[in-house]
Design a protein around this ligand. Structure first.
Ligand code: ADP
Ligand code: ASP
Ligand code: MG
Length: 406
């Protein structure tokens, strides 16, 4: 008998019929004698609906009230799932994040989990109940409701598994595992039997939303056995493994391709080429709470600099207005923004021991006549920024060039 934490995403609980099907699945595990903790998301589309209600009412919705609002989605599904379990004769009890006491910091809409009180859940499990917990939400020290950022129910699932020292955390979603790239974009994408935490972390941080990045961080840090599975078809899914287990295996050079359409590019041109300029340009952006991703600096023939970086599309206008002030102070020529870009990353721990991966990537894009605007690399990934309209073409070409469909 083991303790299993299962998380079901929005599509998996999108209708009352699907909620009953989740109850059926959970009941099956219960019948095998397992202790079950189940985390659910809001019904599909519900969180988006709530967010759009908020923006109808207040131009920049108040963050505290936003969390009070969006956390309601998950409160609906925990209750319905418990009712569905009870209707089948299984004892179950629902918990909001605050009722468990998933303690977070106070950063509304992107709160981080600090502590989880397991006593109530343990008592229920001991009494033979299924514990059903609302994903995506917690409570801060002062009792305010907080949420963990979009996709945060994954993190609730993994964090509960870590706190309860569960034997496995299973993430049920609308695809049957982690694929070499988003299977909704590339038909020939292949399901991976295994992927390392390190690779999954890069895939998630570069835009693969199948797992929220924080959930992968948690799983790596607390060594939670983590598996991604389909709610709708049976199968082995994808196991996220510790690197050590894989070291003896022959690693493919590239394991997957992640991409992201959410960034915009901004350049400040004609900046004097002098010490301290990059800091003068980038510090005010950080001070304005805007996260910077890829950065490139080039020196022009006239000894001026161009500094280009990417930010989230939602931050483009704000970043431009911050830079307008900086440009004036520095006597820079111009500030230009572009939100028609996309970011593509190839990811693989096998890159560590292989040369020529970058040149193959660049050559593949060149063959398709796709211009690379920016490049950044780490030990296990290469990222490029290209024009957004070429995204799908580029991902397909790279997918086949690195033989990910084989
Ligand atoms: P849930 O509501 O269950 O949390 P999400 O929509 O957040 O589901 O995540 C699942 C989706 O992630 C899939 O439908 C798929 O389109 C997308 N996705 C992106 N990259 C990948 C990948 N490499 N493997 C599998 N799915 C991916
Ligand atoms: N319902 C939340 C969202 O849509 C959390 C989640 O589904 O993981 O982002
Ligand atoms: Mg998700």
């Amino acid at each position: 008998m083991s303790l299993i934490v299962q998380k079901f995403g929005g599509t998996s609980v999108g209708t009352t019929e699907k909620i009953k099907a989740v109850a059926e699945k959970v009941a099956g595990f219960r019948d095998q004698g397992h202790d079950m903790v189940v985390v659910v998301s809001a019904m599909s589309g519900e969180t988006n609906r709530l967010i759009s209600l908020a923006s109808d009412v207040q131009e920049k919705p108040d963050p505290r009230e936003m969390d009070v609002l969006v956390s309601t989605g998950e409160q609906v599904t925990i209750a319905l799932l418990c009712m569905a379990l009870k209707a089948k004769g299984y004892d179950a009890r629902s918990y909001t994040g605050g009722q468990v006491k998933i303690l977070t910091d106070s950063a509304h809409m992107k709160a981080r989990i600090q502590n989880i009180d397991v006593d109530n859940m343990r008592a229920d499990l001991d009494a033979g109940r299924v514990v059903v917990v609302a994903g995506f939400q917690g409570v801060d020290d002062a009792g305010n409701i907080t949420t963990l950022g979009r996709g945060g129910s994954d993190t609730t699932g993994v964090a509960l598994a870590a706190a309860l020292k569960a034997d496995e955390c299973q993430i049920y979603t609308d695809v049957d595992g982690v694929y070499t790239t988003d299977p909704r974009v590339v038909d020939s994408a292949r399901r991976l039997d295994k992927i390392t935490f390190e690779e999954m972390l890069e895939m998630a941080s570069q835009g693969s939303k199948v797992l929220q990045i924080r959930s992968v961080e948690f799983a790596g840090k607390y060594k939670v056995p983590l598996r991604v599975l389909s709610s709708f078809v049976d199968g082995p899914g994808t196991l996220i493994t510790l690197d050590e287990e894989n070291e003896t295996m022959e690693q493919p050079v590239v394991s997957g391709i992640a991409f992201n359409r959410d960034e915009a590019k901004i350049s400040i041109l004609g900046v004097p080429d002098a010490p301290g300029v990059a800091s003068k340009v980038l510090s005010p952006i950080g001070d304005a709470n805007i996260e910077i991703d890829v950065i490139v600096q080039n020196v022009a023939a006239d000894n001026t600099n161009a500094i280009t970086f990417t930010v989230h599309k939602n931050d483009l206008e704000k970043a431009k207005s911050v830079l307008a002030g900086v440009a004036e102070d520095l006597g820079a020529r111009e500030v230009v923004g572009d939100d028609k870009i996309a970011k593509i990353s190839i990811v693989g721990v096998g890159m560590r021991s292989h040369a020529g991966v970058a040149s193959k990537m660049f050559k593949t894009l060149a063959n398709e006549n796709i211009n690379i605007q920016m490049i950044t690399t780490s030990e296990i990934k290469i990222t490029v920024i290209i024009e957004e309209k070429y995204l799908e073409l580029a991902v397909r070409a790279l997918h086949s060039a690195f033989e990910l469909d084989k």
